[in-house]
Design a protein around this ligand. Structure first.
Ligand code: PMP
Length: 352
């Protein structure tokens, strides 16, 4: 607390990101990064962009990147927004579309940044509890102040089928509906094709997960022209150059390497399926994951203890000291070698 802080700063409850340890090298399965490097084409493009042109401001409207992303989904550029990671886009979207007079709805167990944004903009939030199997009860989302659904959800990894997303949109036509598809490429079906039918639908995606570019900070939003205009109004009232030249170059190139994207995504999915079976064989319960992480719980060993013991063995996973999910761990899918080491460490803990 400082006397120089505004009442807003004093009131905030900021997000605490997953640990990026500096003390030693861990097998890092705690922040849902992709274990494979970005496409070599993206790395080369970033290298080529690291030159004299860095003295110049980047393209404030990200034209080339937006054209690429639009073409990828068969959209018009006016239906696409690019931002500095999907976190920034979500922050812009909360400001652009939600009114403090009404309650914005999101699941009670979900990406914890939503609560932070609601607080930042003085919004009221209505948290809708997940069902007993950690699924999002879509029919309970019928508010007046907007809806945010991550699909798949984090940290539970469960996917809402597209038919249910359509049902959600049918039930909520008068307010913005944000579908956060950070993990959609690991087995889900994107809601992007629905944006032409529902002018209130904003689909948010990222290059951080399935495209291995978390370090570049690039995200997208897809929606009607009126929603994209709203995001641009916020952006241009804040920082008109959201993406730097290196990020623009790398992001454009990542869309030019579909084969690499498909190959690495398929590897992550195959590893997830294998690890899910191995974890179940060690006695763990787990949700059905369509993401690049699994959400696991042991019936008799405390999650916090497993978390600590894994850390001692050099494996970092995510523990949530939070009601209802404090018996669970979220484990990102690494390479096969990393997951073999994780399973070995887990077996030692379970069998000790
Ligand atoms: N949404 C969800 C559900 C996430 O888990 C994350 C990653 N922590 C993000 C959005 C943000 O991703 P990024 O800002 O890297 O695009």
């Amino acid at each position: 607390m400082s006397k120089f802080w505004s009442p807003l700063t004093a009131s905030l409850v900021p997000y605490v990101p997953g640990e990026q340890p500096k003390d030693k090298t861990y097998i890092k399965l705690n922040t849902n990064e992709n274990p494979y490097p970005p496409s070599p084409k993206a790395i080369e493009a970033i290298r080529n962009a690291a030159g004299a042109d860095l003295r110049l401001y980047p393209d404030p409207t990200c034209d080339e990147l937006i054209r690429k992303a639009a073409a990828y989904y068969g959209l018009r550029p006016e239906q696409v927004f690019a931002g500095n990671g999907s976190d920034e886009i979500l922050a812009f979207a909360f400001a652009a579309f939600f009114d403090p007079a009404n309650k914005v709805q999101f699941p009670d167990i979900t990406y914890s940044f939503y609560k932070v944004y609601a607080k930042l903009y003085g919004l009221q939030a209505e948290l809708i509890p997940l069902d007993e199997r950690f699924r999002i009860p879509i029919d309970r989302f019928r508010g007046t102040g907007g809806v945010v659904i991550p699909n798949p959800n984090a940290p539970t990894a469960e996917l809402v089928p597209l038919a249910q997303i359509r049902e959600l949109l049918e039930n909520n036509k008068e307010q913005a509906v944000i579908i956060d598809e950070a993990y959609i490429d690991f087995g889900g079906e994107s809601a992007v094709p629905l944006i032409s039918e529902y002018p209130n639908l904003l689909v948010v995606q990222t290059l951080s997960k399935s495209r291995s570019l978390a370090g570049l900070r690039v995200g997208f939003a897809f929606g009607s022209e009126e929603l994209i205009d709203g995001l641009n109004r916020i952006k241009n009232s804040f920082n008109s150059y959201t993406l730097d030249r290196l990020a623009l170059a790398g992001a454009v190139a990542s869309f030019e390497d579909e084969a690499y994207f498909k190959e690495t995504t398929a590897k992550v999915i195959a590893t997830r399926e294998r690890v899910s079976e191995q974890v179940a064989a060690l006695g763990f319960k787990l949700t059905e994951s369509k993401a690049n992480f699994v959400f696991i719980s042991h019936p008799s060993i405390a999650a916090e203890r497993i978390f600590r013991e894994l850390r001692g063995k050099g494996v970092l996973v995510r523990y949530f000291n939070q009601p209802r999910i404090d018996g669970y761990l979220r484990v990102s899918i690494g390479t096969d070698e990393e997951m073999d080491a994780f399973i070995r460490a887990l077996r030692e803990i379970v069998e000790a």
